[in-house]
Design a protein around this ligand. Structure first.
Ligand SMILES: Cc1cc2nc3c(=O)[nH]c(=O)nc-3n(C[C@H](O)[C@H](O)[C@H](O)COP(=O)(O)OP(=O)(O)OC[C@H]3O[C@@H](n4cnc5c(N)ncnc54)[C@H](O)[C@@H]3O)c2cc1C
Length: 316
């Protein structure tokens, strides 16, 4: 299939929508790494129905990529062909019921955790330090400190590639460590999660502990994408990276964090190629030193600069 060039997508090809399109938008400012080329178009749907109509009418020739807070993705320098979908405030509702909460996919985890505290509900604390959205958390089965999204999930509302809305049970979603078995072209609209009433001061204490642990152990104020590699079964990725002598390793403006060596950071002038090449070098050094193959947790999206090569991960 010929991919639409990010610079050349003809907008007459795109469905009429009530939301907005932005053409040829440089993605770097919208990502945690602050790198990445242009998307041919970014679509912000007005509401569920608008998104559904878009998916129904969009040509199969135009690839679609959904992003959340872009805290676990690396967008390549050649940009993203086709349409990037970014959900806005109409997808960020939150409704508490007794012992459950429905949260829209676009709501940041930190806000969900804070609102749960305000209502006196426990269960979302572990999400408070994961700097993504609920949708990204469902796709990644995000987790921290012994809990992951699948542990609190009751059901998720999704929209498929042709605009049909469905409700999926956790069993249907086949979630495991940083993985969700839902088809790649499904977009999460919301999740229904288990919560329990608790004493606000106890919830606050747990939130404070999580914050303190993160400040101490992660480069949270830097331009990063979180854990670069998944932990191989029985190992910690950071220990393997350390053992392979990669802490502080750099390439162009990209560096293996001194604070947490499974984090790559953009020290200021990195491009996506620097970051991806450094990740590949770390992978190779760990392979040479230990025989273990690290698997990228970060999603690599889009095209290499000056290349028509398609990334395996490009179409989500
Ligand atoms: C400083 C830092 C610390 C982090 N710590 C943790 C941690 O402790 N634990 C952890 O698990 N992760 C951590 N992360 C990684 C990241 O925050 C999580 O993976 C988060 O869940 C990603 O959410 P997002 O909204 O940013 O998704 P994005 O990064 O935008 O996207 C990630 C994936 O989710 C998909 N996606 C996004 N929204 C939707 C949707 N609505 N429907 C379908 N697919 C969607 C994207 O297509 C992509 O494949 C950290 C990242 C940073 C920068």
């Amino acid at each position: 299939m010929m991919l639409p060039d990010p610079k050349k997508l003809d907008f007459k090809e795109l469905p009429n929508v009530r939301g907005s399109y932005k053409k040829h938008l440089i993605m770097a400012p919208y990502t945690w790494f602050r790198v990445g080329g242009a998307a041919a178009a970014v679509f912000r749907p007005q509401d569920h129905q608008d998104l559904s109509q878009f998916l129904l009418q969009n040509s199969e020739e135009v690839p679609v990529t959904i992003i959340g807070a872009a805290s676990n993705i690396l967008i390549r320098d050649g940009g993203i062909p086709g349409v990037v979908i970014k959900l806005g405030k109409n997808f960020a509702s939150i409704n508490f019921k007794s012992n459950s909460v429905r949260i829209g996919a676009a709501l940041p985890n930190s806000i969900a955790a804070r609102l749960a505290l305000k209502e006196g509900y426990s269960g979302l604390e572990f999400l408070s330090g994961i700097p993504g959205t609920i949708g990204g958390g469902l796709r990644m089965n995000a987790g921290a400190y012994g809990k992951e999204v699948k542990d609190i999930l009751i059901e998720a509302e999704v929209i498929d590639g042709t605009g049909n809305i469905k409700v999926l049970s956790p069993e249907e979603m086949a979630m495991s460590y940083r993985h969700c078995g839902v088809p790649k072209d499904y977009i999460f609209l919301s999740g229904l999660f288990k919560i329990v009433k608790d004493v606000p001061s106890d919830i606050q204490k747990r939130l404070d502990e999580i914050k303190a642990r993160r400040v101490e152990s992660q480069p949270i104020t830097e331009r990063t994408g979180g854990s670069t590699f998944k932990n191989p079964r029985g190992y910690k990725a950071w220990e393997l990276i350390e053992a392979a002598g990669c802490r502080g390793l750099s390439m162009g403006g990209a560096m293996v964090s001194e604070r947490h060596c499974n984090f790559l950071v953009n020290t200021g002038k990195a491009n996506a190629t620097d970051l991806e090449s450094l990740g590949n070098l770390v992978q190779q050094k760990v392979r040479d030193a230990t025989g273990i193959e690290l698997e990228w947790e970060i999603k690599l999206l889009g095209l290499h600069k000056d290349s028509n090569l398609k990334s395996e991960n490009m179409k989500l």
